[in-house]
Design a protein around this ligand. Structure first.
Ligand code: FAD
Length: 291
């Protein structure tokens, strides 16, 4: 119930979940969970996009990068003190100080790959803690405009249950995302083989130089697939069959309900999503005030 309107801003994972729990979504999906239908909108929770990422890992001769080994942690005590007292030194590093935007093909008008260089053996947002105990560096390759589409589905009609998140990475039928990922891995390999790295490089730990064919590079990339926490698209703006909100972000067919968050982006931006989300919110705030 609302005097004026309801604004849903729970993000790309939970906005569609809340809509579905409230009876707005694909009617077959809602029926499965015994949820009374308010409005059949098949696009709720569909069209999920995220920046899929993989990496090249290189073992280093030098031991001046970052590692989570107990000995290195001890050695970093002076750095810790320096940072605490002066906010300077090794620990003032953002961990992502080098990056690049690349094109997978010269025909493109703008880059479709983003690189993040990390002075640490690091994959999938640091979930492999053992890996981080070694000495080395990594370069992450992110597909900026993926074609693959995933989904957010309900596990049950209990709002306390997490939804099912299926990113469906690298799954597009034409194989464009797979091609971009393979190309990115190959370009990074070349960068890592540059003479500037000679004094650091021992060998390519992952994928490993024995993996040369497209198939084996892709298989290896999949072993260390990660994401960049940029989910969008699950309540997309538009007027096609899967659109959930109109250009004022009002939910189609429901009075006085808007969704305002990253879920309304029909396609993923070619970079980080926080600023675009704020821009969307500012734009619609102006529309609401004008109303
Ligand atoms: C670990 C991480 C790192 C990131 N780093 C960057 C970065 O460096 N640069 C960048 O541009 N972007 C970054 N992002 C992405 C950026 O944070 C998002 O694109 C942006 O926050 C999306 O905004 P949003 O409003 O759609 O969702 P959110 O910011 O997620 O806001 C949704 C809000 O709804 C609340 N909520 C959800 N369900 C309910 C409920 N049932 N009841 C009440 N409240 C609820 C949540 O608690 C949350 O506060 C990062 C994201 C993560 C997770």
């Amino acid at each position: 119930m609302a005097n004026k309107e309801v604004i849903l801003s729970a993000g790309s994972i939970q906005s569609p979940q809340i809509l579905m729990l409230s009876g707005i979504g694909d009617k077959d999906e809602l029926e499965k969970h015994n949820i009374a239908l308010q409005k059949h909108l098949p696009g709720v929770g569909k069209n999920l996009q995220e920046h899929v990422d993989s990496c090249i890992l290189v073992r280093s001769k030098k031991r001046d990068g970052f590692t989570s080994s107990p000995m290195s942690m001890l050695k970093m005590l002076p750095d810790t003190l320096e940072y605490m007292l002066k906010k300077k030194g090794k620990l003032a590093n953002s961990m992502l100080e080098a990056g690049a935007f690349l094109k997978s093909s010269d025909e493109l008008s703008r880059p479709d790959i983003q690189l993040h260089m990390v002075p640490l053996l690091y994959d999938d947002n640091g979930r492999d803690i053992k890996l981080m105990g070694g000495h080395g560096y990594s370069c992450h390759i992110c597909v900026l405009r993926p074609e693959s589409r995933g989904s957010i589905q309900l596990k049950s009609n209990n709002y306390l249950d997490d939804p099912i998140i299926d990113f469906n990475f690298l799954s597009d039928e034409q194989g464009k995302d797979r091609k971009v990922m393979i190309d990115g891995m190959r370009q990074v390999r070349k960068i890592m083989a540059a003479p500037a790295f000679d004094e650091y490089r021992i060998d390519e730990m992952h994928p490993g130089f024995e993996n040369e064919s497209d198939e084996s590079i892709l298989a290896k990339a999949k072993e260390r697939l990660g994401l960049v926490y940029h989910p969008v698209g699950t309540c997309k703006m538009g007027h096609d069959e899967l659109a959930v909100v109109d250009t004022a972000l009002k939910v189609h067919g429901i009075e006085a309900l808007r969704v305002i968050d990253a879920s309304v982006m029909p396609t993923l931006t070619s970079g980080n999503t926080n600023a675009p989300t704020i821009a969307i919110a500012e734009k619609v705030a102006e529309m609401i005030l004008a109303d």
